[in-house]
Structures are given as C-alpha cells and as structure tokens.
Design a protein around this ligand. Structure first.
Ligand code: SF4
Length: 112
C-alpha cells in the first residue's frame, strides 16, 4: 500500500503558506480567515497564494458593502424618522418629536 503522506504534507504546507500570505497582506483577513484553497489553486495555480477573483467577489466587495451600509445607518434612520409624523408607529415604538418611544408590551430586557 502506498501512502500520499508526503504529497498531503506538501499540500498542507502550501495551504498554510497561503493563509500566512493572506494574514500578512490582506486587510480583509479578519473577516475571511484566508479564503478557499481550491480557489487559490484553480485561479492562481498554487495554494501558496492570496487574492483571487472569488475572494474579491465574495469577501472583499461584500465586506465593503456591509461597512458602507453601516456607516450610512445614522443617516438612514434619521431620514426615516424625519418622514414619520410625530406619534406614528414604527416596528418598535412610536416617535415623539425626534425620540423613538417603546410601545407598551415591548420588552427590551428579560420578560417577567
Ligand atoms: S479576502 Fe482573499 S486575499 Fe484576503 S484573506 Fe481572504 S482569500 Fe486572502
């Protein structure tokens, strides 16, 4: 019986090298963790690589989009509140002036 241990060990070393390269070079590493080795192999020809089209489309752009939306949230909330008449209902309460007041029966803490 033959063993593929040397090949698998080399493959693991290349995958680890690719993850280390991602850690050292990519600002999205905390979100992604080093990507998908198969995409690195298919797109770049080696596991010991970093950026791929796959990661640009599924990690980087998505992260940018979510962060952009989070940065816009105060503006979005403010503009929605500005369009609601005072006292109108919202999913969590009603607006009184510029403040959102919880409706009765909505519990933000532990229920009794
Ligand atoms: S987004 Fe791409 S380059 Fe960045 S850590 Fe993930 S796989 Fe590596």
């Amino acid at each position: 019986m033959t063993t593929d241990a040397p090949l698998l060990a080399r493959m693991k070393a290349d995958i680890d090298a690719g993850i280390a390269l991602c850690r050292d070079t990519c600002e999205y590493f905390s979100v992604c963790g080093g990507g998908e080795p198969v995409n690195k192999l298919f797109e770049n020809g080696s596991f010991a690589t970093a950026e791929t089209t796959y990661c640009r489309m599924t990690k980087m752009r998505v992260t940018d989009l979510v962060l952009d939306r989070l940065e816009q949230m105060p503006d979005i909330i403010e503009s929605r509140e500005a369009t609601l008449p005072s006292g109108s209902a919202s999913p969590v309460g009603k607006t009184v002036g510029h403040e959102l007041v919880a409706e009765e029966g909505i519990h933000f803490g532990e229920r009794e």
